[in-house]
Design a protein around this ligand. Structure first.
Ligand code: SF4
Length: 360
C-alpha cells in the first residue's frame, strides 16, 4: 500500500483541508458519488472491489477504471486517510501499527497470529484514547480524545491486510477505545467489513466494558458477531475499584442485559476477566464468578495482567493462582481459557496500547 497518497492534515504549519476519503463509503454511497460524476453504477462496483477486496490505495493500480475517470476521482477524493508512522514487530511475530490521523491524533492496530486459528487476527481501535478509565489500562490513562470515523476504523483492517500480505480473517474490536460508545460508526464499519471486505460476521468480535443500553441495542441488530464482555470482577465493590463505569451500570443492570443479548441472538458470549494479584484472583472470587455466570451461555477468557509500568499498582498473579482460579471457574461448568498474550515486548498486548511510537 502506498503511503504517498495520504495527505497529512498540516502542511508547513498551515492547516489544509484534505479531500474526502472513499474508504468508509458503502457501495450505494459510492454509486451516488459516481452517478453524480456521470458514470454508470458498474463503475461504483469496480471501485468498491478495488477499495475493499483488493485493498488498493494507488489510483494507477485500479486498472479497469478509465484514465479519465481515475483523474476525475483523484482530483476530488483520496482513497484512504491513515498515515503509517511506525510498525514494530514482536519476538512472537505480532506486529503493532501506529497510524497518524488528519488532526494529528495517533491510533494503534495490532496484527496477531494464534496457532489454534488458521488465519491472522487484527485488533482494531474505535476511538482515540478512552473515557472509561479502567484502572489497569494504558489507553484509559490517555483520556478520551475523539471517536474514530467509519473510514478510520475500516482502513485499519484494509491497511494491515494489504501491508502484511497475510489472510487476516478475524477482527477484534479490543484496541483503543470503548467501541459501544462510538455506536453508529461502529455498526456501519462492521457492515462494510462484513459485506464489502468479506470478513465473516462470526469472525468479528466486539469487546465492551459493559455499556448496558448499547448492549440492548446491539441485541436488536440481530448480527451474529461475537460479543465479549470485560467483566473483571463478580461483585460491585471490586468491579467499581477496577472499572469506574460500574457505578453507572452495576452488575444488577449488566447481567440482565447479557441474558437478554443471548436470548435474542442465541450467540455465546465471551467473558473477559483480567487477573490482578490480590484484587480479583482469590478462590472465593472464582466461586463467585462461577455463580454469577450460572445459566449464561458463555465462555470465560482469563487474562493474566500485563504490567505496564510502576504507576498502576497492579501485579500479575502467580501461575499457581491463575490455574487454581481457572479450575474453580471450570468446575462451575464453564469453558475456561487462559489467554496466551501476544506482543508483550512491544507493548501490544491487552491494556498496553498507549500510542507510544518506538517504545518497547
Ligand atoms: S480497557 Fe477498554 S474500555 Fe477500559 S479504558 Fe482501556 S480501552 Fe477503555
Amino acid at each position: 500500500m502506498s503511503v504517498q497518497n495520504l495527505t497529512p492534515g498540516l502542511s508547513g504549519g498551515i492547516p489544509v483541508k484534505a479531500p474526502k476519503a472513499l474508504i468508509g463509503l458503502t457501495l450505494d454511497e459510492l454509486a451516488s458519488l459516481t452517478q453524480a460524476m456521470g458514470e454508470p453504477r458498474f463503475r461504483a462496483e469496480q471501485l468498491h472491489h478495488w477499495l475493499y477486496v483488493k485493498c488498493v490505495q494507488d489510483w494507477e493500480a485500479m486498472s479497469n477504471l478509465s484514465k479519465t475517470f481515475r483523474e476525475k476521482l483523484s482530483g476530488q477524493y483520496r482513497v484512504g486517510q491513515l498515515r503509517l508512522i511506525t510498525k514494530q514487530k514482536s519476538n512472537d511475530g505480532t506486529v503493532k501499527y501506529l497510524f497518524g490521523l488528519d488532526d494529528g491524533s495517533v491510533v494503534e492496530s495490532v496484527l496477531m497470529y494464534f496457532e489454534d486459528r488458521d488465519k491472522y487476527s487484527i485488533c482494531i481501535s474505535s476511538q482515540v484514547g478512552c473515557a472509561v478509565d479502567c484502572g489497569f489500562c494504558a489507553t484509559g490513562k490517555l483520556g478520551f480524545k475523539r471517536h474514530l470515523t467509519v473510514g478510520e476504523i475500516v482502513e485499519q483492517y484494509l491497511f494491515v491486510q494489504h501491508d502484511s500480505q497475510e489472510e487476516v480473517r478475524n477482527i477484534v474490536f479490543m484496541g483503543q477505545g470503548e467501541p459501544l460508545l462510538n455506536y453508529d460508526p461502529l455498526m456501519k464499519a462492521i457492515r462494510i467489513l462484513n459485506r464489502s471486505a468479506e470478513v465473516g460476521i462470526r469472525h468479528i468480535t466486539v469487546s465492551t466494558s459493559g455499556i448496558v443500553p448499547r448492549i440492548m441495542d446491539l441485541a436488536n441488530e440481530q448480527l451474529q458477531l461475537t460479543l465479549a464482555i470485560s467483566l473483571h470482577a463478580a461483585d460491585n465493590a471490586t468491579r467499581e475499584k477496577i472499572m469506574p463505569l460500574n457505578k453507572k451500570w452495576p452488575l444488577e443492570q449488566l447481567m440482565p442485559s447479557l441474558f437478554h443479548y443471548v436470548r435474542t441472538t442465541n450467540r455465546r458470549l465471551t467473558i473477559e476477566y483480567v487477573l490482578l494479584a490480590g484484587v480479583n484472583d482469590s478462590e472465593s472470587q472464582a466461586r463467585q464468578l462461577g455463580n454469577l455466570l450460572k445459566g449464561l451461555k458463555c465462555n470465560v477468557n482469563l487474562i493474566p495482567y500485563n504490567p505496564i509500568g510502576d504507576d498502576y499498582g497492579y501485579q500479575r498473579p502467580s501461575r499457581e493462582v491463575i490455574h487454581r482460579f481457572a479450575n474453580i471457574v471450570s468446575d462451575s461448568g464453564k469453558k475456561v481459557t487462559i489467554r496466551v498474550e501476544r506482543g508483550v515486548d512491544i507493548a501490544a498486548a491487552c491494556g498496553q496500547l498507549a500510542n507510544q511510537a518506538g517504545k518497547t
